[in-house]
Design a protein around this ligand. Sequence first.
Ligand code: ADP
Ligand code: 5GP
Length: 186
Amino acid sequence: MQAGRLIVLTGPSGVGKGTLLRSLLEEHPQLYLSISATTRPPRPGEVDGKHYYFVTREQFEDMVVAGELLEWAEYAGNYYGTPRRPVEERIQLGQSVILEIELMGARQIQKTFPSALRIFILPPNVAALEQRIRGRGQDSEEAISRRLAQAKTEIAAADEFDLQVINDDFEEALISLEAAILATKG
Ligand code: ADP
Ligand code: 5GP
């Protein structure tokens, strides 16, 4: 059986990655979205084991030491990481796996999985990004400032990626993303 493809989706917080992925997965349920572990507290409505595995810093550090994470990074004061086992199993079964992760993690994957397709989602501009983060209404003022500062660093690295998709018109962005991901199905 042919191995599945690993797809990395990166872009600043609030750019619309989660919204794009929800639509993509509704249309293409054969794609598998990896569920990350994080030490960030759940936002209202987030469910443990569905949106993230919410863990303590101690639990996270144990996972790192045990080699259970494919990649991990600290982002805006919290740890985030990809559990290795489910990703490797799905890929062996021929399923395409999507990681929605930040820049440092995407760089680690480039080293460990050079065949991964790495896609960067860009906002039309920083003002629109700030509006989206505020519009989501789920982050404190401090978290918003940290995310915007981080966004500028991330956007500067967009051309390290195989493909850049601007999420201005949502439907257009979704079509570009869909074309890139399905073209890699192998
Ligand atoms: P991320 O997962 O990248 O942090 P989200 O998917 O949570 O971002 O999106 C942040 C906010 O931006 C949400 O309120 C979402 O509805 C909105 N959004 C997403 N795409 C667009 C778009 N193309 N135009 C305007 N708003 C958008
Ligand atoms: P949020 O707190 O908004 O859910 O996520 C913050 C950032 O962490 C986003 O850029 C998201 O893509 C990233 N992220 C989520 N899970 C992981 C992961 O497993 N590894 C890494 N490196 N980043 C992650």
